[in-house]
Design a protein around this ligand. Structure first.
Ligand code: THU
Length: 163
């Protein structure tokens, strides 16, 4: 047995001013999108904003349902909207923000496992890294340059080569 070790890289800051200016705008758009989420069951409103290669910004927010599993996360709402409207566009960056009534989310909220899997799919499809920025309502902001930092050893289309 050979033991191996993977290292992940991420950046963290207290100050949105440390982000590239286009990325700070993207995070602001994610915050606005979060405010319009449909999250009556959790009260946990999530916004996602992504920037395409042509600098177009597409937003999404979580959409919940009385049949809970029928809802969808903000990130996938935004990514699927982008891919359906601009199938050939490159996704440069995705920013994620939160809005709650209490305002108590002080830790950065990373994308869930299912959203990581979806981000991995599009990163592989486009052959170019997607920067991911995530925040809470206050506090620190985390940035990774690729989904590989959040989903190492991912399942992807290479694993489907069985014929
Ligand atoms: N949620 C997202 O929108 N994105 C994530 O990555 C994590 C969770 C939503 C799903 C649900 O509507 C609410 O947050 C609580 O889990």
């Amino acid at each position: 047995m050979i033991n191996k070790e993977l290292t992940i890289k991420y950046s963290i800051t207290d100050n949105a001013g440390d982000l590239e200016s286009g990325d700070k705008l993207l995070l602001d758009k994610a915050k606005s999108a979060a405010q319009h989420a449909y999250a009556p069951y959790s009260g946990f409103r999530v916004g996602a904003a992504l920037r395409l290669g042509n600098q177009e910004i597409i937003t999404g927010n979580n959409q919940e349902n009385a049949a809970y599993p029928s809802g969808l996360c903000a990130e996938r709402v935004a990514i699927f909207a982008a891919s359906s409207q601009n199938p050939d566009a490159i996704i440069e960056c995705i920013a994620i923000a939160i809005d709650t009534d209490s305002g108590k989310v002080t830790e950065p909220v990373p994308p869930c496992g299912a959203c990581r899997q979806v981000i991995a799919e599009y990163e592989i499809k486009q052959g170019k890294e997607i920067r991911i920025i995530f925040s809470g309502e206050t506090g620190k902001i985390v940035q990774v340059e690729s989904i590989n930092s959040l989903l190492p050893l991912s399942f992807n289309s290479n694993n489907l080569q069985h014929k």
